[in-house]
Design a protein around this ligand. Structure first.
Ligand SMILES: Cc1ncc(COP(=O)(O)O)c(C=O)c1O
Length: 380
C-alpha cells in the first residue's frame, strides 16, 4: 500500500500547475500545498462511480446519512458528541471560517491567532476588516506551546474570537487536554468564542481532543470546523461541515449562512464524504503508519548526514516544519536554496511571526516519490 501513486503532472492539480508561477520553474517536486500525492481510497472512488450510474446530476441536499456517518466517526474516534441539527454543510473549511468571522464579530474587532499558523487565518481576518491579534506560540528547541501570559496581556474588550488550529499546522502539535482547558478558561473568562479548525484531527498520531468535547460550557462557545479532505485526499470534492452546539449561536450563524446560498454542494461530494466516514477506518490507520514511516526515515537520514536542517517529529499531519535557521540564510535565499535542490516548499515566514528560518515540507506522498524527496532534501 502507498508504494506508488497516480501521476498528477498533467491533471489540473494545483500543486503541479502553479509551480512555474511560484517557483519560476517546473523542475521542482511540488511539496507545498497540503494535499497528498497518494491515491484517494478506492471505496471513495467506487461510491462516486456508483452515483454516476444515475444519469441526473440535479440539485441535491446533503443527506442525513452522510451527516450521520461523520457523527458516528467523530464519536468513535474522538469522543465528540454531535447532533444532526448542530451541523451545516460547507464547501470548504475556509468558507466556514469566513462565515464564522462574519457571524460572530464586527468590523474592527480583534481576532486571536497563534502564529506560526496556516496563513489563510490572518488573510481571512484582514479581508473581513477585522484586526489580527497575534499570540505567538512559544518555541523551545523545536517544542511548541501556548503562551498564556502573552494571551492574557493582549486580550482587550475588542477581542471577540480566537481561531484555534488543532492539530496545529504547521508545527504539528496535537494539543493536550490540559493545555486546551487552560486556553478555554481564559476564553470563557473574557467571553471570547473559539473557532476550532480541526481539519487535521484524523491524522493525529496521538490522542486528539476536540475543543467542543472539553465541557458543556466550552461547547457552548465553540464553532468546530471539520472535513474529510486532508484525511482521505479529497480536497477537490469541496465538502466540509460546521458544527455549532449552542442554539443561539446557530440562529445568528444561520442568517449569514442563508444569505449567501452556500447550503447545497456537489452531488458527487456527498457520496464521497459518506463513503469516507463509513468505510475509512482501516485505510486511515494504514495511512498514518505510512506517513510515520516517511517521517522517521527523513529524520534518520538528516541525522545520519549531520544535516543543518532539523525537525521535531510532528504529532499529526503530513507536514514537517523544517528548522533551517542553522543555514543562516534570509527567507528569500532559503527558498531559493530549496528550489535549487529541485523541491518546492512553503516558506516559513508566510506563516507569520515565528516562521522566519523555517520551511514547511509536505511528506504526504507515496514511497516512490518519497525516495526522490529525501534524495533532494539531503543535497541541501
Ligand atoms: C488548518 C487548515 N485549515 C483549513 C485548510 C483549508 O481547508 P479547505 O480547503 O477545506 O478550505 C487547510 C489546508 O491546508 C488547513 O491546513
Amino acid at each position: 500500500m502507498f508504494e506508488t501513486s497516480a501521476n498528477r503532472e498533467n491533471s489540473n492539480a494545483e500543486k503541479y500547475q502553479a509551480r512555474e508561477r511560484l517557483f519560476r520553474t517546473k523542475d521542482v517536486l511540488p511539496l507545498w500545498v497540503a494535499d497528498m500525492d497518494i491515491d484517494t481510497p478506492t471505496f471513495v472512488l467506487d461510491a462516486v462511480k456508483k452515483r454516476l450510474e444515475h444519469p441526473i446530476l440535479g440539485y441535491e441536499e446533503m443527506p442525513n446519512s452522510a451527516f450521520q456517518a461523520q457523527i458516528n466517526w467523530m464519536k468513535k474516534h474522538h469522543g465528540l458528541e454531535l447532533k444532526r441539527e448542530e451541523m451545516f454543510f460547507s464547501p470548504s473549511v475556509l468558507t466556514s471560517l469566513n462565515l464564522a468571522i462574519q457571524a460572530f464579530s464586527n468590523e474592527g474587532d480583534e481576532i486571536l491567532i497563534q502564529t506560526p499558523v496556516y496563513p489563510a487565518f490572518s488573510s481571512s481576518i484582514r479581508n473581513n476588516k477585522r484586526t489580527v491579534l497575534e499570540n505567538p506560540l512559544k518555541e523551545n528547541n523545536g517544542d511548541y506551546s501556548f503562551d498564556f501570559e502573552d494571551l492574557k496581556e493582549k486580550i482587550s474588550p475588542k477581542t471577540k474570537l480566537l481561531i484555534l488550529c488543532s492539530p496545529h499546522n504547521p508545527v504539528g502539535r496535537v494539543w493536550r487536554k490540559e493545555e486546551l482547558l487552560k486556553l478555554a478558561e481564559i476564553c470563557l473568562k473574557h467571553n471570547i468564542k473559539i473557532i476550532a479548525d480541526e481539519i487535521h484531527c484524523d491524522l493525529a498520531f496521538t490522542k486528539h481532543t476536540p475543543f467542543a468535547s472539553l465541557s458543556k460550557e466550552i461547547a457552548g462557545q465553540t464553532i468546530t470546523l471539520l472535513s474529510p479532505a486532508k484525511t482521505f485526499n479529497l480536497s477537490g470534492m469541496s465538502i466540509s461541515t460546521i458544527c455549532i452546539i449552542n442554539e443561539q449561536m446557530r440562529k445568528i450563524f444561520t442568517s449569514h449562512y442563508k444569505a449567501i446560498h452556500v447550503g447545497e454542494g456537489n452531488t458527487l461530494s456527498y457520496v464521497a464524504f459518506e463513503a469516507a466516514y463509513s468505510h475509512g477506518e482501516t485505510w486511515v490507520n494504514e495511512l498514518k503508519k505510512h506517513l510515520q514511516e516517511n517521517i522517521d526515515e527523513l529524520d534518520f537520514l538528516l541525522r545520519e548526514k549531520h544535516s543543518k536542517i532539523k525537525f521535531k517529529k510532528p504529532e499529526a499531519t503530513f507536514l514537517l516544519w523544517l528548522d533551517c535557521r542553522a543555514l543562516n540564510l534570509n527567507d528569500n535565499a532559503l527558498n531559493q536554496h530549496f528550489i535549487a535542490a529541485k523541491v518546492g516548499l512553503n516558506t516559513g515566514h508566510s506563516f507569520g511571526t515565528g516562521g522566519t528560518g523555517f520551511m514547511r515540507l509536505n511528506i504526504g506522498v507515496s514511497k516512490d516519490i518519497f525516495k526522490k524527496v529525501s534524495k533532494n532534501i539531503l543535497i541541501i
